[in-house]
Design a protein around this ligand. Structure first.
Ligand code: ITT
Length: 211
């Protein structure tokens, strides 16, 4: 089975490919010749994930999924949330979107010495299956959450984004210290990916099943 993952983030692509294994072949945007900067203008993770998946389906008429992920910090009323990629650039004209160092610096600065460090990563995958026989493509969402704490300083070099300052509950190290082996078992994206995989694989086994 082949499906497109509508992301420009190679770390995310790698994580999802590792979790899905060889049963499902995941094509990148590059693989289908798409180099567009797909708009993300929604007010929720769900809206953004659907917007990206719809863009690919509308332009390439192929089954695809997209995710949007946000880091939600309790003491900051859920920020940075949908603004996670461009958190620093919202307040600093010199910071670019996806500048992880600047994003982490802003987050640590906003939290200061606050002892409430509770946070979670939340991922929403939106799947669009190509409609058969002229039917409208079907849309489905799958969510994955991992709860944890924001550390007081960066630790570790693996992963990407906010991984050096996020310590998942039940562990005494950050995602960036735990590395891909553990992150891919317990992360927000791993959980959402497994739900997506279960759905896709159940359909593969029963191709004529009406959903
Ligand atoms: P695409 O929109 O091209 O898929 P992106 O990098 O913008 O890639 P998201 O919108 O899903 O990815 O995520 C927003 C930001 O949240 C991302 O830039 C990272 O800073 C952070 N992030 C997402 N997943 C993360 C993870 O597993 N670990 C650490 N930070 C993560």
């Amino acid at each position: 089975m082949k499906i497109v993952f509508a992301t420009n983030n190679r770390h995310k692509l790698e994580e999802v490919r590792q979790i899905l294994g060889t049963n499902i072949e995941v094509l990148s945007l590059k693989d289908i010749g798409c180099d567009a900067d797909i708009p993300e203008t929604g007010q929720t993770l769900e809206e953004n994930a659907l917007q990206k998946a719809r863009y690919v389906n509308d332009h390439y008429h192929i089954g695809c999924f997209a995710d949007d992920t946000g880091l939600e910090v309790d003491a900051l009323n859920g920020a940075p949330g949908i603004y996670s990629a461009r958190y620093a650039s919202l307040v600093s004209p010199t910071a670019k979107a996806h500048d992880s160092e600047a994003n982490m610096a802003r987050l640590l600065g906003e939290l200061g010495e606050n002892n409430n460090r509770k946070a979670r990563f939340r991922t929403v995958f939106a799947l669009i299956e190509e409609g058969e026989g002229g039917h409208t493509p079907a849309e489905r969402c799958f969510e994955g959450i991992v709860d944890g704490q924001i550390t007081r300083q960066r630790s570790g070099a693996a992963g990407f984004g906010y991984d050096p300052i996020f310590q998942p509950d039940g562990y005494d190290r950050t995602f960036a210290e735990l590395g891909a082996g553990i992150k891919n078992q317990i992360s927000h994206r791993a959980r959402a990916t497994r739900k997506l995989a279960d759905y896709l694989l159940s359909k593969k086994q029963q191709p004529n099943q009406t959903q």
